[in-house]
Design a protein around this ligand. Structure first.
Ligand code: F6P
Length: 341
């Protein structure tokens, strides 16, 4: 009999619990036991597991975080690959694993699949930058949270004639900044994919203020380069070896205020964008992905990731999913630019 293992690794993301519930619900229908692996790859290396059934996943559909816990440990950085996971797999009888994770996690999943473990990946990131899928769950929630914040910041900026720089998440790609910026009517949006000239940002803001709108909202993705004349901020690394980002918004604000003498404030939204309850569309998407991943895993597929193409759920090879990071298309950013200033 098959036993499915399921784990969540990397940063958390609204909708993780809905995926887990989807996996367990479908597996139970197919009379297949599911072992939850705790704290991501760490639990797989250290045999920390919990048996999951339908009752254990009741009431979690709309809950943020992950009931399984997560970590940034990696079987290849902190262990010996499949050899480090073998004992947990055999002790629990797990013969296939559903891995819910972002780019780094899916790369490790692919390496384990190449070593012979049967793996189906589920793409997860609020950044929406995984290749091979039209969208990732959690993104819609993050955009909604950032848009709600922008709606609030606009009114206080207007009341005080201030510029407010809003820093949103987006490690190397500016999906959240672009979508929230469009939805929230930002006066400028800076994303890692598009080089910018701070003097042009300043010119747009000045001209807006000259025309009588004496407040501005500038949305920046945390992963942009600092403005000319500023050094990159010193960054700590996380356990995965990724830079811990955050703070470039303060440099943008300083550069704007120095040049314009308009009072410029900063709001860094940070993990607020990742916590709490997923919006309805993310709950539906996450549920569909969890159910589909289970079907694909039980059908014997491996080294693939479930993905959204149009309205369909399909599989793409993990090699394709991890081949590059998906950026904001030019035409979307051009649409956003129409409303700068
Ligand atoms: O990859 C998703 C993400 O939320 C990025 O936007 C952000 O840079 C990063 O994770 C933050 O991760 P952590 O919570 O580990 O600092």
């Amino acid at each position: 009999m098959s036993v499915i293992g399921v784990l969540t690794a990397g940063g958390d993301c609204p909708g993780l619990n809905a995926v887990i519930r989807g996996v367990v619900g479908r597996a139970q229908q197919c009379e297949t036991p599911v072992v939850g692996i705790l704290d991501g790859w760490e639990g797989l290396m250290e045999n920390r597991t919990v048996l999951l059934d339908r009752d254990k996943v009741r009431g979690i559909l709309g809950r943020g975080g992950t009931i399984l816990g997560t970590s940034r440990m990696d079987p290849y950085v902190h262990g010996d690959g499949l050899a480090s996971c073998a004992s947990t797999l055999s002790r629990n009888g797990i013969d296939r694993v559903i891995v819910i994770g972002g780019d780094g996690t899916l790369r490790s999943a692919m390496a384990l699949a190449d070593e012979g473990l049967q793996i189906v990946g589920v793409p997860k990131t609020i950044d929406n930058d995984i290749c091979g899928t039209d969208i990732t769950f959690g993104f819609a929630t993050a955009v909604q949270i950032a848009t709600d914040a922008l709606d609030r910041l606009v009114t206080t900026a207007e009341a005080h004639n201030r510029v407010i720089v809003v820093e949103v998440m987006g490690r190397t790609r500016g999906w959240i900044a672009t979508h929230a910026g469009i939805a929230g009517g930002a006066d400028y949006i800076l994303i890692p994919e598009v080089a910018y000239d701070i003097d042009h940002v300043v010119e747009v803001i000045r001209s807006r203020h000259r025309s009588g709108h004496k407040y501005s909202i500038v949305v920046v993705a945390e992963g942009i380069d600092p403005p000319t004349g500023y050094e990159p901020l010193e960054k700590k690394k996380d356990a995965f070896g990724f830079d811990r980002l955050g703070g470039v918004g303060y440099q943008i604000a300083a550069a704007i205020e120095d040049r314009t003498h308009f009072e410029t404030r900063v709001s860094v939204l940070g993990h607020i964008q990742r916590g709490g309850t997923p919006v309805a569309s993310d709950r539906v998407l996450a549920t569909r992905l969890g159910v589909a991943a289970t079907d694909f895993a039980l059908s014997g597929l491996s080294n693939v990731m479930v993905a959204v193409r149009g309205t369909d759920i399909v599989t793409v090879p993990l090699a394709e999913a991890t081949s590059e990071i998906r950026g904001v298309p030019d035409d979307l950013y051009t649409t956003a630019k129409t409303f700068f200033g």
